[in-house]
Design a protein around this ligand. Structure first.
Ligand SMILES: Nc1ncnc2c1ncn2[C@@H]1O[C@H](COP(=O)(O)OP(=O)(O)OP(=O)(O)O)[C@@H](O)[C@H]1O
Ligand SMILES: Nc1nc2c(ncn2[C@@H]2O[C@H](COP(=O)(O)O)[C@@H](O)[C@H]2O)c(=O)[nH]1
Length: 383
């Protein structure tokens, strides 16, 4: 995988796939469907125009579901917009990240050319909530209450871990229990938003874990340690960060022992780590809110109050969702400043879909790598 000079001509590429070619600076990106293997996939090739050499990049992220063809246009030096033909609009918008901060970082790590797929999502969704705190402080208990009381409002980011399941823990619900070699491979392929070595095991949040919750229209809750919170802070994901403190160290130890899920050795390790985590809770710019979990009901009420205080984005999507739910298939016509003009596919026009749409890219927001949120759509008069 990765960067390599490939001997083929533009003519050969054209034979191999139904492709779009997009010029960005000194490069031409060829994006198309390869039909030459049984598991046909989207191929990306880059022509360095100055040297006339081809590069096959490492492609990160989940690629679009294959359709017959696509239309593509550069958004800026960082991204190419791709609209897949033959699928409803809200399923069809994709970005190929060619020089975003994430791609630059991955290029450095891998030492090869890298591009990354990112699905376009209409609207912004509510900011995810990161909850950290020492083991045994009651994070899981608070989150379980929230999920039980507001099942349609909140969704839990199911982490991956290499630790063994506890009694009553269900794979895919509490964690994705996984092998070390598998998670290490997935991390190296850029599938994780963050990961950390915690109490002797690897824990990590996959991009998909967060984005699948947000895609359902729910607010995502992450239960992760302080190292993970730091990584998320440094990522493009805009979130709220809450640290849960125990009323005292003695009470923390009591709760951890009473839970009865760890050996004495593991409890000692968790308590040592707890001291370090408590020390870091005041790191400047890390946590937005500290909550003391003394009386559970009081702490839960405070948590609820905190979350509703940050509801400024609630319902802000509704303005744009209606047009995004168009079932017709569209293709790109042109670009004017930050707006891309889309028109229905010819056969859709025959079916009565005559409205042009303007896709506004001016307020694309964070989102983890894997999703580009903040797209706005408006109808333009019939032509
Ligand atoms: N306010 C509270 N008062 C007394 N006990 C509590 C309180 N909150 C939680 N507990 C109890 O403390 C124990 C630890 O809680 P919990 O498992 O939710 O902690 P946690 O922070 O999620 O731990 P970990 O990080 O190890 O997953 C549980 O037995 C829980 O019932
Ligand atoms: N950095 C991350 N930390 C995580 C993640 N999932 C859970 N955790 C933290 O690990 C400890 C221990 O959890 P336990 O279930 O073994 O008791 C706790 O502090 C969690 O917050 C993750 O994806 N990333």
């Amino acid at each position: 995988m990765g960067e390599e000079a490939v001997e083929f001509s533009v003519e050969k590429v054209a034979e191999d796939c139904k492709q779009s070619t997009v010029d960005v600076g000194d490069r031409t990106y060829v994006i198309g469907r390869s039909d030459d293997d049984s598991k046909s996939s989207i191929i990306i090739k880059i022509l360095e125009k100055l040297t006339q050499t081809w590069v096959v990049p490492t492609v990160l992220g989940t690629q679009p579901t294959l359709t017959e063809s696509q239309s593509a246009i550069p958004v800026n030096d960082e991204k190419i917009l791709i609209i897949e033909k033959g699928v409803p609009l809200n399923e069809s918008i994709w970005f190929l990240e060619i020089d975003t901060p994430f791609v630059k970082q991955q290029r450095k790590i891998k030492g090869t050319e890298v591009v990354s797929w990112s699905k376009g999502v209409i609207g912004v969704g509510q900011k995810p909530v990161v909850i950290s705190g020492p083991s045994g402080v009651g994070k899981g208990t608070l989150i379980a209450k929230l999920m039980k009381d507001y099942p349609s409002k909140f969704g839990f980011s199911v982490s991956h871990t290499t630790r063994s399941p506890r009694e009553k823990e269900i794979d895919g619900v509490h964690y994705h229990f996984t092998e070390r070699s598998k998670i290490e491979k997935d991390i190296s392929e850029g599938k994780f938003l963050e990961f950390a070595h915690v109490h002797g095991n690897i824990y990590g949040t996959s991009i998909e874990a967060v984005e699948s919750v947000t895609d359902e229209g729910k607010r995502c809750i992450l239960d992760i340690d302080v190292q993970g919170a730091r990584s998320v802070r440094a990522s493009s994901l805009e979130a709220i960060f809450i640290f849960v403190c125990p009323p005292s160290f003695e009470e923390l130890e009591k709760r951890l022992r009473a839970r009865g899920t760890e050996t004495e050795e593991q409890i000692q390790k968790r308590l040592r780590n707890a001291r370090a985590e408590l020390d870091q809770s005041n790191s400047p710019g890390l946590f937005d809110h500290l909550l003391v979990n003394d009386d559970l009901e009081t702490c839960y009420e405070n948590l609820k109050q905190l979350l509703s205080l940050d509801d400024d984005q609630e319902d802000s999507d509704d303005l744009f969702i209606k047009d995004g739910k168009q079932t017709a298939s569209f293709c790109i016509v042109s670009k004017h400043d930050s707006e891309i003009l889309l028109q229905p596919e010819p056969n859709e026009a025959k079916n009565g879909a005559t409205s042009l749409l303007a896709l506004d890219l001016s307020s694309l927001s964070g989102g983890a790598p894997g999703r580009t949120r903040g797209l706005k759509i408006r109808s333009i008069n019939s032509f």
